[in-house]
Design a protein around this ligand. Structure first.
Ligand SMILES: Nc1ncnc2c1ncn2[C@@H]1O[C@H](COP(=O)(O)OP(=O)(O)OP(=O)(O)O)[C@@H](O)[C@H]1O
Ligand SMILES: [Mg+2]
Length: 275
């Protein structure tokens, strides 16, 4: 098993219930899309799968280890094998693209090598290779704060490709991209999963991408799994129910709102064990 969670419940510190009794498992190399309206709990689920959030209720196993029973060093090693593309990465000022990509492996390197790499990028060829898969190789030495939102989002994807994690989590990885780039970027994530055997779990607002690229699709709403099916079995009635509006807000609008709250809590360009 790549991961299994059982009866997981998460209540955020403000009392907001984000997951309610969620049980899921995936085997190594599986590709799973998570869809559902804004606030459904997709980001919260991915944070549980990334060992970034410890649920108050339920059992979690990631890459055959119980993350919350490990000591600090073992938890750090586990997190280095999990890679996340974050929904809205906050970027340290003046960070170069090359450094952002190389930081994907910080968790796997010794402290000395990690610090040396931040001062002087060591594996420029590796960063170049990852960026070229996303048509960004000409931005290698650009400052991240001079990139467009879509370019920055692809840097986040290049970073996780460079990391080569065993469990690859992508939270709205293409929300800032035009349809063509969105498609090629998801294709690269899928290609990575096929080439390395990594399990891929991606949350997506673009249902067409979920159905095209992912053999298994999970629909979430109100912190619960509404369906968990092969993509070929998902019909428009299921999607209508999943996205049906409750408060009179059109579903398309509700689905288009990124979750700024949760994004603020992520620090993707730091080593995985930094707060
Ligand atoms: N850090 C947090 N503190 C408090 N509440 C939170 C936090 N993160 C998420 N929530 C709440 O938990 C619920 C699930 O949020 P989550 O971010 O997991 O949804 P989502 O499906 O990722 O939504 P979106 O599609 O907008 O990104 C929402 O009601 C949200 O307001
Ligand atoms: Mg989210």
């Amino acid at each position: 098993m790549s991961f299994s969670i059982d009866a997981v419940g998460v209540v955020h510190p403000n009392g907001q219930r984000a997951l309610a009794g969620v049980s899921l498992a995936a085997h190594a190399g599986e590709r799973v899309a998570v869809i559902g309206p804004s606030g459904a709990g997709k980001t919260t689920l991915l944070r549980v799968l990334g060992a970034a959030l410890r649920p108050a209720e339920g059992q979690v196993r990631l890459l055959d280890a119980p993350p919350w029973q490990l000591d600090r060093a073992a938890l750090k090693r586990l997190r280095a094998r999990i890679g996340t593309v974050h929904q809205a990465p906050p970027i340290p000022p003046r960070l170069r693209v090359v450094t952002a990509v190389l930081s994907g492996r910080l968790g796997q390197w010794s402290a000395a090598r990690a610090i040396a790499s931040l001062l002087r990028p060591s594996d420029i060829a590796g960063a170049h290779e990852a960026l070229s898969r996303l048509a960004l190789e000409d931005r290698l030495f650009e400052r991240c704060d001079r990139l467009s939102g879509g370019q920055l989002q692809r840097v986040g994807v290049a970073r996780v490709l460079y990391q080569r994690p065993a469990l690859l989590l992508a939270d709205e990885p293409v929300s800032a991209l035009d349809p063509t780039l969105a498609d090629t970027t998801v294709r690269e994530l899928v290609a990575q999963s096929e080439a390395t055997g990594a399990t891929l779990v991606a949350s997506l607002h673009a249902v067409d991408l979920a159905l095209r690229w992912f053999p298994r699709v999970i629909g979430m709403r109100d912190g619960r799994v509404m369906f968990d099916r092969p993509a070929a079995e998902i019909d428009s009635a299921m999607l209508d129910t999943l996205y049906a509006s409750e408060g009179g807000l059109p579903a398309a609008h509700a689905a288009a709102q990124p979750s700024a709250v949760s994004a603020l809590h992520e620090a993707p360009f730091l080593p995985p064990d930094c707060p």
